[in-house]
Design a binder for this molecule. Structure first.
Ligand SMILES: [Zn+2]
Length: 69
């Protein structure tokens, strides 16, 4: 039995083996993606583009990036 706590939402989980929790050490794929998103955001500062893809956002060739942080 493996007990852990999700580093994202803090939710405790209890599994029999790692194979039972593909998103380990996160409780769900959602938390896993949240962590991944944070990491990517900090590492590469990718523009407004979802890594999941498949979205139907229009691509404007003359779009300007005016994000200020
Ligand atoms: Zn979680």
């Amino acid at each position: 039995m493996i007990r852990g706590k999700c580093p994202i939402c803090g939710k405790p989980f209890e599994i029999t083996d790692l194979g039972a929790l593909p998103s380990f050490p996160f409780c769900t794929d959602r938390c896993k993606l949240v962590d991944l998103g944070r990491w990517i955001d900090g590492a590469y500062a990718i523009p407004d583009k979802s890594p999941a893809g498949g979205s139907t956002e229009p691509e404007n060739p003359d779009v300007t990036e005016d994000e200020e942080e």
